[in-house]
Design a protein around this ligand. Structure first.
Ligand code: NCD
Length: 339
């Protein structure tokens, strides 16, 4: 694995390696001293062309916990045309000796161009490109699901074990992904990763918020949230943010009114009551409380939303470790490499 660009490209072995390494990283993060020497002397660039709070901070924290030097480059608002500015930026980063680039860009495909353009020859991590992909978010979601739902469903011995005892098995687990699928790179990334891991996904959204082509994705599609919760009984419900910034000034006519959207697709206590006891609730953040999720649902005992944020740091540490240290310690397990 040279880059981390798209969950659809991850093999089952690569996904499991990332998730198992995340478990090892997470274990180091409950220690009093959280910093590991693994990436000392390496420079990681955070190249953010689009707004972000948690993802940028999460990558920065992850790189620093591995002792890398971090350069934050916030390129939002650049007036240079996209292709040119990306090329010039890449050449500059190369000249400065960047060892890895983490990129968030409003244009779908920008990380792919950066990785394969030949402008610079370092690992590229996609931190979200347009409405396309956000692989580390899907990995942190899968890691969180494994922690809560892994286990019992597939009886031991039935199929070869998919993990090293570091996390659970998601085969057969049911995940409903609900809301603004049209604009969501989180939904796309999760559909492919969860499918690779053997989980079953149903997307739930109004027809106007389901992208053309979604019928070819490895998942089911429903327009009725109550039906899915009551009849399908998902093990996890992942709520998506309504992305108003991608809907145009008039709201784009994707739904009649916020109230109507909440009534049909919002997660509230009543809907939570339809779920099995073990079912959990996820949201990538930032949340529109009162729109796609009620405050009570967001803060309920089923919610793992805050835990997703902590798991994000461990996932990004694992990705940086495997892409950067992996090449110099190819025969070392993370444990042998000093943590
Ligand atoms: C997501 C994103 O940026 O795609 N947020 C995140 O990374 N935490 C989802 C969103 O913005 O709704």
């Amino acid at each position: 694995m040279k880059h981390l660009l798209n969950t659809a490209d991850l093999s089952l072995d690569e996904a499991i390696l990332l998730l198992d390494t995340t478990a090892q990283m997470a274990a180091t993060q409950s220690r009093e001293i959280k910093k590991l020497p693994t990436l000392r002397g390496r420079t990681v660039v955070n190249l953010f062309f689009e707004d972000s709070t948690r993802t940028r901070i999460s990558f920065e924290t992850a790189a620093k916990r591995l002792s890398a030097d971090v350069i934050n480059f916030s390129a939002k608002g650049s007036s240079v045309s996209k292709g040119e500015s990306l090329k010039d930026t890449a050449l500059t980063l190369d000249a400065m000796g960047a060892d890895a680039v983490i990129i968030r860009h409003q244009a779908s495909g920008a990380p792919h161009i950066l990785a394969h353009s030949g402008w610079l020859d370092v690992p590229v991590i996609n931190a979200g490109d347009g409405t396309h992909q956000h692989p580390t978010q899907a990995l942190l979601d899968a890691f969180t699901l494994r922690r809560h739902l892994g286990g019992e469903l597939v009886s031991a011995g039935e199929l070869p074990s998919l993990n090293n005892g570091l996390g659970g098995d998601l085969r057969g687990r049911k995940v409903a992904i609900v809301g603004d699928v049209l604009h969501s790179r989180v939904a796309r990334s999760n559909v492919y990763l969860l499918h690779t891991l053997g989980a079953v996904v149903t997307l739930v959204a109004p027809p106007t918020l389901v992208p053309v082509g979604a019928e070819t994705w490895p998942c089911e599609i429903s327009y009725n949230l109550d039906e899915v919760l009551r009849d399908w009984q998902p093990d996890a419900v992942m709520m998506l943010r309504i992305q108003r910034e991608r809907m145009g000034s008039a709201g784009g006519g994707f739904f009649p009114s916020p109230l109507e959207y909440t009534r049909k697709y919002g997660l509230d206590e009543k809907r939570l009551g339809l779920l099995q006891d073990h079912a959990i609730v996820l949201h990538p953040g930032p949340m529109n409380r009162g729109l796609e999720i009620s405050a009570r649902a967001a803060d309920s005992h089923r919610s793992v939303i805050v835990e997703q944020v902590s798991n994000g740091v461990a996932v990004r540490m694992a990705a940086l470790y495997l892409l950067l240290a992996g090449e110099t310690h190819s025969n070392d397990t993370p444990a042998k490499a000093g943590f």
